[in-house]
Design a protein around this ligand. Structure first.
Ligand code: BES
Ligand code: ZN
Length: 644
């Protein structure tokens, strides 16, 4: 049932069927890769038989029912001999499926798998072949839709209006959008979303202008309709939505930030380096191809630091420190506009192609904007991250290979490997090949595969074609296959500069030797990176007296930097330090970012008799406020088995 002419058909250009008042744009259908390495085991879709090319959403945000409801109209392209199309769903409630003319189509919903959800198989009848056909799905999200988090007014900064946001990556979007939810099946999309006034809706697409005020329906609050469009084909995990009481602040000619009114000023101030970062990234990797670069600062329940949703990066408010010390996060999410959003891993097994390449780009952007010291430090942290992972996993562990081996679940893969070892691979390539030539290569990589899926094999093939050519000595010195498929660390790995943290590491040693603490002034003069390095390198075991003295001298519990505060709380809880419990409880009640929440519960639980009852008590209070992702990470740590 393979479809031989598929490549030719995917090169077809179709004109969009967008709103009448917009000029119709050209939409290019991105090819689906056919190689073995590109296969995604987390989708039910069989894209070589029939695939979605475009999604048009028409949805109402129902805050009382905590669900979205409406229709998804899918453009579908199929092989001549295909009979059906398979979509991904996770708990969607389907009302009916029709063709573009309103004729009912037969469909079945398969058995549900805890990871993948369930397949929806739609009979295409006569509608097969390369011509685009439409199917219209009437549906609502289910009560446990994992991508969506509905927040009560109390969970927002303003405390008066509800809020909702989505998090699609990795395979959560199928809980609110019935489509083929696989990074290798790129789709363009458009949406019309209604929400109660005065809430504002933002999405990871270009806004079609001012919202339309809808007629008041008796007994219901006034609603507004917002329209968005994304004419670049993207992996469907990048379709994202947020709605709340939002204000906008302009940052530069093509960038701005949305936040709740209470936070808009601090957010805009913290993000004032954004245009400089976009310019730096463009200088390195070619033009920014998405038009605008806006961001939204979400309520603290957001489970990540940042998420690179196109034209609308989603951010935790915990990055706001008052001194721009955590804006490496922005450089990272911005860099995904090239690595991840423009060129995307075809399957989850190549996680490094998104996150490792992005971590490398982040360091390069930071170097341009913040100078060399900062990048030297980022590289030292990255190297330390790899070494720590290798030590805890063991050098021969298959989990230390960049390309995830078949037997492992790539969704549970070590982030130190994906991010840090991935970045170290590229730093090593840069140092052997030379910066100028390697930068040319990376620019070419993004150009050649723009808006298309990619694999590790394609990256290696391109390196061989454009850089190595027939230079067998160079081929040998790069050790490419060892980097991608081998465990541990290849011997050519670029070494970090030992001077990167010289001052801090000296202070760590002095503390370890005779308890000498950095002077208050010295500490205050360190960058947030340096402060974090000091806290991370402290001995695991610290007495109550030591913790009290550290806190007293360095003012740890009073820091405005949440990364520093987190490290302090982690050290305190790990060492059963009672005075820190109230602050930890307050922090865990306020913040849902998994990077902070999971290790703090781990620290508590790890102490046994001291921390277990504290963890249980706090989690009982805070679990309801966490996103499904954070819950899924903490539940097993604290042995939570209470269901939803
Ligand atoms: N794309 C990731 C977040 C992600 C990865 C979500 C995998 C789901 C599955 C995002 O770009 C990211 O890496 N965020 C980091 C930022 C940090 C590395 C600067 C985070 O949230 O901590
Ligand atoms: Zn990332």
């Amino acid at each position: 049932m393979r479809f031989p002419a598929f490549a030719a058909i995917t090169a077809l250009i179709v004109s969009g069927c967008t709103a009448e008042d917009l000029p119709s744009q050209e939409r290019v259908i991105a090819p689906v890769l056919t190689s073995e390495q590109a296969m995604d085991e987390f989708t039910y879709a069989r894209p070589l038989e029939a695939r979605v090319t475009h999604v048009a959403l028409d949805l109402d945000l129902d805050f009382e029912g905590a669900r979205v409801e409406g229709t998804a109209t899918l453009d579908v392209q199929s092989a001549e001999d295909a009979t059906e199309i398979v979509l991904d769903s996770d708990g969607l409630i389907i009302g009916g499926i029709t063709d573009g003319n309103g004729n009912d189509l037969d469909y079945t919903i398969g058995e549900s798998d805890p990871d993948k959800g369930e397949p929806i198989t739609v009979q295409l009848g006569e509608m097969t072949g390369p011509e685009l056909q439409q199917i219209v799905i009437s549906y609502a999200s289910g009560p446990e839709a994992e991508a969506l988090q509905w927040l009560s007014p109390e969970q927002t900064a303003g405390g008066e209006h509800p809020f909702v946001f989505s998090q699609g990556q990795a395979i959560l979007n199928r809980s609110w959008i019935p489509t083929q939810d696989s990074p290798g099946i790129r789709q363009t999309w458009e949406a019309r979303i209604t929400a109660p006034d005065p809430l504002t809706v933002v999405m990871s697409g270009i806004s079609r202008g001012d919202p339309e005020m809808l007629d008041e329906v008796e007994g219901e609050s006034t609603r507004r309709a917002f329209e968005f469009v994304m004419d670049n084909s993207i992996p469907p995990y990048l379709i994202a939505i947020a709605a709340g009481n939002l204000e906008f602040a302009e940052l530069g000619p093509r960038s701005g930030v949305w936040a709740e009114p209470a936070q808009i000023e601090a957010a805009a101030e913290e993000l004032s380096d954004t245009e400089a970062m976009i310019d730096a990234a463009e200088g390195l990797y070619g033009s920014y191809r998405w038009g605008r670069y806006d961001m939204i600062v979400l309520p603290p329940a957001f489970p990540y630091g940042g998420m690179e949703n196109p034209v609308m990066t989603f951010l935790t408010p915990t990055f706001i420190a008052g001194d721009r010390s955590n804006t490496g996060l922005i450089a990272h999410e911005l860099a995904h506009s090239w690595s991840g959003n423009l060129v995307t891993y075809a399957s989850w097994r190549d996680g490094w192609l998104n996150e490792g390449v992005t971590s490398y780009l982040t360091a390069r952007i930071s170097e341009e904007v913040f100078g060399e010291t900062r990048v030297m430090q980022e590289r030292a942290l990255e190297y330390a991250g790899v070494m720590e992972a290798l030590e805890s996993l063991g050098e021969d562990n298959p989990r230390t290979a960049l390309r995830t081996p078949d037997e492992l679940n790539p969704l549970e893969y070590s982030s130190a490997i994906v991010y840090d070892k991935g970045a170290l691979f590229l730093h090593t390539m840069e140092s052997i090949i030379g910066r100028e030539q390697f930068d040319d290569f990376m620019r070419g990589w993004f150009d050649r595969h723009a808006f298309q899926p990619a694999t590790s094999e394609m990256f290696l093939a391109d390196l061989r074609e454009y850089v190595i050519q027939d230079d067998s000595e160079l081929e040998e010195s790069l050790m490419l296959d060892e980097w991608i498929y081998g465990t541990g660390l290849p011997e050519n790995a670029a070494q970090p500069d030992p001077e990167a943290f010289a001052a801090v590491d000296g202070a760590v040693e002095a503390y370890g030797t005779d308890g000498t603490m950095p002077a208050t002034d010295t500490w205050a003069g360190w960058s947030a990176f340096e402060q974090r390095r000091f806290l991370e390198e402290l001995p695991d075991e610290l007495s109550d007296e030591q913790l009290a003295a550290l806190n007293e001298t360095l003012g740890l519990s009073e820091t405005g930097n949440n990364e520093v505060l987190f490290l302090w709380l982690e050290a305190a809880l790990r060492n059963e330090y009672d005075p820190a419990v109230p602050q930890a409880e307050e922090f865990l009640g306020r913040v849902g970012r998994n990077k902070f929440v999971e290790p703090l519960f781990e620290a508590l639980w790890g102490t046994g008799a001291w921390g277990e009852p504290i963890a249980t008590r706090i989690y009982d209070e805070t679990r309801g406020g966490y996103h499904s992702y954070t819950r899924s990470q903490v539940d097993p740590i604290v042995g939570f088995a209470g269901g939803e």
